[in-house]
Design a protein around this ligand. Sequence first.
Ligand code: NAP
Length: 327
Amino acid sequence: MNKRVVAVRRLDENHLAQLRQLFHVDCFDSLGPDNEQAYIQAMRRAHGLIGGKLTINRQLLDESPHLKVISTISVGYDNLPLDELTQRGILLCNTPDVLTETTADTGFALIMATARRVVELAELVKQGNWLGHIDKPLFGLDVHGKVLGIIGMGRIGAAVARRGALGFGMRVRYSNSSPKPALETELGAQRCDMDELLAQSDFVCISVPLTTETHQLIGAEAFRKMKSSAILINISRGKVVDEAALIDALNEGQIGGAGLDVFEEEPVSRDSPLLQMTNVVALPHIGSATHETRAAMAQLAVDNLILALQGEWPKSAVNEQVLAAKH
Ligand code: NAP
């Protein structure tokens, strides 16, 4: 038991016990100014780091000479310096697949909630304001039969598209760096360029990873190209959208509404104009937040860490070249 692991947030006792059987584990339920020194101290001796919402910079890496594996409890890793890790021979593992369907459910919940004004009208009932017939000013929009545009037809994008095409008879358009012929056959999805997708879609669903290329991919120009009734759904990362431009587009009626699980800054400021808009449904980054899926993500992250620290191939690694160099 000579290897040491630092565990940050999101691990329950069952998962910690699995790690403790093999390693010395330093646990941090949260990170902040109060325990920063203790965290650095633990990282100085750590071989592995596991947790959610990890942040690690060059300085901390310099302080972590033994670090060999980072196991993030997420599929996205935009918060971590991948190139720097690879250069230093540090393996990065993530948790793809196990969260795909749940995150797609969240995306579809946002489609339904925005189109049918679920949150706004449920609130009206709860506040005792259901006083008579609901008439045109409170009608919503159909979802079935509409055009669903997917930006980023990866695992999650495809799972949203499947729900739309097979469950709701939607016509799917997608924009993706590579073609997805199998999905075109399965779902009748059509690949198109971004301008066409924006112009044709009733729902534009963002499911690309946040990278330097996708940072503020959707901004003022994109909103001008969208239908005035179109609804933007963001289940990827807040910074893929220029939030100030989104606020302008909603204020000016350039688009019809937005369903947002993610924001430029999280938690979103309580003063954000987005929170005052009845045509915006805002969620607190809960894409994968179900009991079952968070447990599966934690288990996969634990498995990855154990395998990697024992010199075996983990179940999912981002920078496999680090592993290949060692085998
Ligand atoms: P994935 O399977 O890697 O899918 C990403 C897709 O985006 C891939 O098809 C990729 O194309 C495409 N893509 C990448 N850059 C692009 C670009 N510049 N233009 C067009 N397409 C591009 O990942 P995933 O598992 O679906 O997850 C996607 C993202 O969702 C994650 O990175 C994460 O940020 C976010 N997420 C959010 C939550 C939440 O709680 N809201 C939960 C889980 C994940 P190729 O196939 O050609 O590479």
